[in-house]
Design a protein around this ligand. Structure first.
Ligand SMILES: *Cc1c(COP(=O)(O)O)cnc(C)c1O
Length: 364
């Protein structure tokens, strides 16, 4: 099964580069708890993400869950159902109620025009997602947040290294959370980070991340979400190559777009000149006017050993555990997209011949 093409393939440094990086640990025997490689990774990320506050976590989910806890929120949180399970779970785990807002058909991010109608006296925050690396309308969302005194926590798991109008995405909202999971555009095997506007939040988050242990005593109900040195070392190595990885992805996405745009019934994500993209995903919506259904496309590809993924289906609002919220029919655009969208294979080492093969199978 060597020639299987999966939806993604993890970026990895040369074996020797990683070995050189972890060799330091055999000398120091410092494996976790904010070690030297962790701190080096953190410093390099601050520079790369153009922010002066970054804290590292075991994974992106814990970055999100702990950030929400640190903000001391209560009540309802307006969010998108068109996302990975993590976003909604992080809200629910904090005893908050997710209120699902519809998305825009243009770029699949939360529809800022539909947020205000969902605000009640119990609303405390907005959790939008820069889905597929498409940056939300950060200006409009901030305006609404300021008007109603709400916190904004961005799930930036898909937006690593992106800039909007020249500003790093880590700088929008009160908090932005990133994921460095093996399947993401940039990985530290498992890992995540959060960036904050207000340093008080950072101090609290760092305590919660380490069992609530702060300066003197335990003031918060904590957990264990520290990044270990092996993961940090992978991050340090991969960060050296991430720009060239993104450049390779860009060429592949441009090829996909050239070969699929203008095809009747195929809807691609809209790209805007304001965003410096990381080309993390290649989403395609197969509208009803396309000559095959989304499931037919999956089957045709699978017969050729090519595996696309239904990111994101079903909507998180349709999960068994959120059904009682009764939100299912209130997000028609999200529902439409979820039933028809596929993410096509995309990773730096995918060949241009494979992209042609994939688009040929789709169009055939
Ligand atoms: C991957 C992902 C997460 C969670 O990140 P992990 O590092 O896997 O915990 C959260 N939100 C979205 C949208 C994601 O895609």
């Amino acid at each position: 099964m060597d020639n299987k093409i999966l939806v993604t393939q993890s970026s990895m440094p040369d074996y020797q580069e990683y070995v050189d990086e972890i060799k330091k640990m055999w000398d120091s025997k410092w494996l976790t708890n904010m070690g030297p490689i962790h701190n080096e990774f953190e410093a390099k990320l601050k520079e790369y993400l153009c922010t002066d506050s970054i804290d590292l976590f075991t994974n992106g989910h814990m970055a999100l869950e702990i950030s929400l806890q640190a903000l001391d929120l209560k009540g309802e949180v307006i969010t998108t159902p068109f996302t990975f399970a993590s976003t909604t779970h992080a809200i629910a785990k904090n005893g908050l109620k997710p209120v699902f807002c519809d998305i825009k058909y243009s770029d699949f991010t939360i529809d800022e025009a539909k947020i205000e109608a969902l605000i009640t006296e119990n609303t405390c925050a907005i959790v939008p997602v820069h889905v597929y690396g498409n940056v939300c309308n950060v200006e409009a969302i901030q305006k609404i947040a300021d008007k109603y005194n709400l916190k904004v926590i961005y799930d930036a798991a898909h937006a690593f290294g992106e800039k909007y109008k020249g500003v790093g995405v880590a700088n929008f909202g009160d908090v932005s959370c990133f994921s460095f999971h093996a399947t993401k555009v940039f990985n530290s095997i498992e890992g995540g980070a959060a960036s904050y506007r207000c340093e008080d939040i950072g101090t609290k988050v760092r305590a919660i991340r380490n069992f609530g242990i702060g300066q003197s005593m335990v003031a918060h109900v904590g957990t264990n979400a520290k990044m270990n040195e092996f993961c940090a070392a992978m991050g340090v190595c991969n960060l050296r190559h991430v720009d060239s990885e993104i450049q390779k992805r860009k060429l592949l996405v441009e090829q996909y777009v050239a070969q699929l745009s203008g095809v009747e019934g195929i809807k691609l994500s809209e790209y805007t000149a304001d965003t410096a993209y990381n080309y993390s995903y290649m989403p395609v919506v197969f509208e009803d006017s396309f000559h095959k259904s989304c499931t037919q496309v999956i089957e045709d590809l699978a017969q050729n050993n090519i595996f696309a993924r239904r990111y994101f289906y079903p909507l998180t609002s349709e999960f068994e555990c959120y059904k009682q919220l009764n939100a299912i029919n209130s997000t028609p655009v999200a529902s439409y997209v979820a039933h028809r969208v596929l993410c096509l294979p995309l990773y730096a080492d995918l060949s241009s011949q494979d992209v042609t093969k994939i688009t040929d199978i789709i169009k055939r």
